[in-house]
Design a protein around this ligand. Structure first.
Ligand SMILES: NC(=O)c1ccc[n+]([C@@H]2O[C@H](COP(=O)([O-])OP(=O)(O)OC[C@H]3O[C@@H](n4cnc5c(N)ncnc54)[C@H](O)[C@@H]3O)[C@@H](O)[C@H]2O)c1
Length: 268
């Protein structure tokens, strides 16, 4: 009974995104879906963008989410989704650049088409949406942009050359845009996510969620994240509580990036 009471109170107090207007890309699935739902629960109005028309199903979970079917790599989509937020909700406070894709291929086997498609979604999409968002946020001198990065912002693994290049680029875009935008009251940050159990690998392996779970189990925390845990970090960075955080890649990876090698160095 007492626990229920606390949970209820938490819901009442956690309205730190009340009346904020947010765009979340890649909102149909995984981290983007969890972020759109969490933002709405915290009081925000959300435009959820995805190339997958399944994004429209979000309306059955929250009446604060307006779906938009679009390809983040398209300049037109970026302009349209920001225009939609302004038209329907009168302003734009938050952009979460979350849409992303991955492919496992060694660089020596990667085609130009594959390279371009990963870079265009993960990096160019974030650039296009950030540019339009900054233009919309600057006149009101406030806003927050959160990019969903990865430990691949900093570290290399075999077979993810294009993905790691896109996430490394996203970290640098975060830093440069942060210093350009903070004089206009806009904070830009990123989340350095570890393994999260989502469908991101399902396009090319049947057991993608199992693979992410197994890989996540090798992090010092001993498990992968659930999408909601990354959404919490995005919500914090998007909120006024993160008022002094500018240009950071905040790691939420269960300690993956601070562990050097998988084994103990204790002499036996
Ligand atoms: N799952 C992980 O382990 C993990 C780890 C680190 C970082 N990330 C990052 O988190 C973000 C979300 O990934 P996820 O794991 O939730 O994957 P997911 O596949 O569950 O969700 C990604 C969403 O992006 C959408 N999308 C793909 N291409 C798009 C495009 N061109 N335009 C619009 N929408 C598009 C997909 O339709 C999907 O709904 C990605 O940027 C990913 O790189 C994921």
């Amino acid at each position: 009974m007492a626990t229920l009471e606390v949970q209820k109170n938490e819901k009442v107090f956690q309205r730190d995104l009340e009346s904020k207007v947010a765009i979340v890309t890649g909102a149909a699935s995984g981290i983007g879906r969890a972020t759109a739902l969490l933002f709405a629960e915290r009081g925000a109005y959300v435009v959820g963008e995805d190339i997958n028309p399944a994004v429209q199903e979000l309306t059955s979970s929250s009446d604060r989410i307006l779906p938009f079917v679009g390809d983040v790599a398209s300049e037109n989509s970026a302009k349209q989704v920001v225009a939609l937020a302004l038209e329907r909700f009168g302003k734009l406070d938050i952009l979460v650049n979350n849409a992303g894709i991955i492919k496992y291929t060694r660089v020596s086997d990667l085609t130009l088409e594959e390279w371009n498609s990963i870079l265009s979604v993960n990096l160019t999409g974030a650039f296009l949406h950030s540019r339009e968002a900054v233009r919309a946020m600057s006149p009101k001198k406030s806003g927050a942009i959160v990019n969903i990065g990865s430990y691949a912002c900093f570290f290399g693994f075999p077979e993810i050359g294009a993905y790691a290049a896109s996430k490394g680029g996203l970290a640098q875009l975060t830093r440069v845009l942060a210093v350009e935008s903070i004089p206009h009251g806009i904070r830009v940050n990123a989340v350095g996510s570890g393994d999260v159990v989502t469908n991101i690998l399902n396009h090319f392996i049947p057991n993608g969620r199992d693979f992410l779970t197994q890989h996540g189990n090798t992090a010092p925390i001993g498990r992968p994240a659930q999408p909601e845990e990354i959404a919490e970090v995005a919500a914090f960075l998007a909120s006024d509580k993160a008022s002094y955080i500018v240009g950071s890649v905040v790691m939420a990876d269960g300690g993956f990036s601070v562990q050097v090698g998988p084994t103990s160095t204790r002499p036996s």
